[in-house]
Design a protein around this ligand. Structure first.
Ligand code: HEM
Length: 501
């Protein structure tokens, strides 16, 4: 009897404690997302597969104060969603020194040393040091230098489409663009020429395995994010078993490069940056040296951050063009004119094509692969225009998808209209409402590279084929799986070759 009474008291005390923790936002007068459950807060709701994650967030944005700001709970930890463009710019750009980090975890297992060197998870001065060195590899001059490597891959893609449509005119576009982006990354970040269109190389197989979300891996990651201290204590390892394969590929290529072979890819650029670092610091060791581990980590990160994001962007853009045939024809006309003017699809022709830019930008607005981004508060901060103090360690998230679909900022937001991004219309875009690559000093490192890669592949595809939605695939169904926004199965498009004059 006494035991039951004691248990009841314990449970009641725990529930009261949880309720007290979950009163953090209401006690500060901040609108709070509904549906918080004791101990778990909104965590289970955000992980639920019953609704697309961006639509769940959009409900907070539209109905619970999120278009300004609203509070949520990850287990017992309060986090803030900010949807007001001025607040978004304050956090991501103006007051970046209070928000230099993302959600991070420092894995303690020695096998995770490569993961800890990845730019996405590094923090503070360490991040700044690596980012400033890596940034030198992504300038427009560097992109122009890398263009021929990517051109060869775009040719491989078009050849593949021709072969594939002979077997079946309905082509899986996301899958095909995935082969292209894998080819581009293996060539540009690893110096590996796999030429594996249609037939996965070992490299492509190993890389794709990095993306297979196995339940155990997902649970490990969730455990790390929710209980970082305990995960450290238990020495849990996060590194995927394939990491050793990529480390070997990079080390082997680095050896060859040191022997003099150069091809203008990211590995060359990172080695150059390291030489510059050594020269500028003389005999002194640079504070954040571009070590072999950092170079390996960056190369692997380029696959993780760049393969699926760019392939989905291309898949989604091909769906939108297949559905909007008039816009597809306008794009084709622009590209033909560009070829007449430049002789071929040169780097300059691609960069100057404004309808092409509009099509890619509009695809990224409608379907931003990264539909949300986050920052961790690194220095206490008072949210501008309020007296709300964000303490160090609190997470702040930005609902990219909601901002891209808000009628307040985008008239007729579901309409595919590439002219929104014409230079003469750009001043109508409210700053802080378009951020497919994030914003501020911690935005996508490779935005220029990704845009060049996507524009070239889309341009070559549209010049070579008529695109139409395959029968029964007139709408794009998106996956409910966690992670970035991607199609449920694939993007099915009928390709018909365009007769050459
Ligand atoms: C269309 C394709 C892509 C999209 C939509 C995209 C989007 C993003 C977004 C939203 C972020 C977070 C930015 C923020 O928090 O403000 C990000 C970060 C990043 N992306 Fe991309 N990305 C793309 C392609 C790529 C490619 C091709 C690479 C590498 C070759 C890459 C490398 C990175 C890296 C390294 C970061 C972390 C930057 C840092 O923490 O300093 N991304 N990307």
């Amino acid at each position: 009897m006494i035991t039951w009474a004691l248990l009841a008291v314990l449970v009641a005390t725990a529930l009261l404690y949880s309720r007290w923790r979950h009163s953090y936002w209401s006690s500060r007068g901040v609108p709070t997302a509904p549906g918080s459950i004791p101990f778990f807060g909104h965590t289970l709701k955000l992980l639920s597969r019953s609704k697309h994650r961006w639509l769940a967030v959009d409900e907070l944005y539209r109905n619970h104060g999120g278009s300004m700001y609203c509070g949520q709970y990850e287990m017992h930890s309060p986090s803030l969603l900010i949807g007001d463009p001025d607040l978004v710019k304050a956090v991501l750009i103006k007051d970046f020194d209070h928000f230099t980090d993302r959600r991070t975890f420092k894995a303690s297992n020695p096998k995770d040393k490569i993961i800890n060197e990845m730019l996405t998870v590094t923090t503070g001065e360490h991040w700044k040091g690596i980012r400033s060195v890596l940034s030198t590899s992504f300038t427009s001059g560097r992109m122009k230098g890398m263009f021929p490597l990517i051109e060869a891959k775009a040719q491989g893609l078009v050849d593949y489409f021709h072969r594939q449509r002979k077997q079946d005119p309905v082509v899986r576009m996301k899958h095909s663009f995935g082969m292209y982006t894998m080819e581009v990354i293996s060539s540009c970040a690893f110096g590996v020429e796999t030429n594996s269109f249609g037939d996965d190389s070992i490299f492509a197989q190993k890389a794709k395995e990095l993306f297979s979300v196995k339940p155990l891996r997902l649970m490990k990651l969730m455990f790390f994010l929710i209980f970082p201290k305990l995960a450290k204590l238990l020495n849990i390892q996060l590194t995927h078993e394939n990491m050793a394969f990529f480390a070997d590929v990079v080390m082997e290529t680095l050896k060859q490069r040191k022997a003099g072979a150069k091809r203008g890819d990211f590995l060359d650029l990172m080695l150059e940056a390291r030489e510059d670092q050594d020269q500028s610091t003389g005999k002194k060791k640079p504070k954040y040296p571009l070590s072999d581990d950092t170079i390996i980590a960056s190369s692997v990160l380029f696959i993780i951050a760049g393969y699926d994001t760019t392939a989905n962007t291309l898949g989604n853009a091909s769906f939108l063009l297949a559905k909007h045939t008039q816009e597809q024809e306008l794009l084709r006309e622009e590209l033909r004119k560009a070829i007449a003017e430049h002789g071929s699809l040169t780097y300059q022709a691609i960069m100057e094509a404004k309808y092409l830019d509009g099509c890619v930008s509009e695809s990224l607005r409608i379907y931003p692969p990264a539909h949300i981004t986050e920052r961790a508060c690194t220095k206490p901060y008072v949210l501008p225009g309020t007296d709300l103090l964000i303490p160090k360690g609190q997470m702040v998230s930005v609902p990219i998808w909601s901002l891209h679909h808000d009628q307040k900022y985008w008239p007729d937001p579901e309409k595919f209209d590439p002219t929104r991004f014409f230079p003469e219309n750009k001043d109508r875009i409210v700053s802080g409402t378009y951020l497919p690559f994030g914003l501020g000093p911690r935005n996508c490192l490779a935005m220029r590279f990704a845009l060049m890669e996507a524009k070239l592949a889309l341009a070559r595809t549209v010049l070579e084929f008529e695109l139409r939605c395959a029968p029964g695939h007139e709408e794009l169904e998106l996956s409910l799986a966690p992670g970035i926004m991607r199609p449920k199965e694939d993007v099915f498009v009928t390709l018909t070759p365009i007769a050459k004059e």
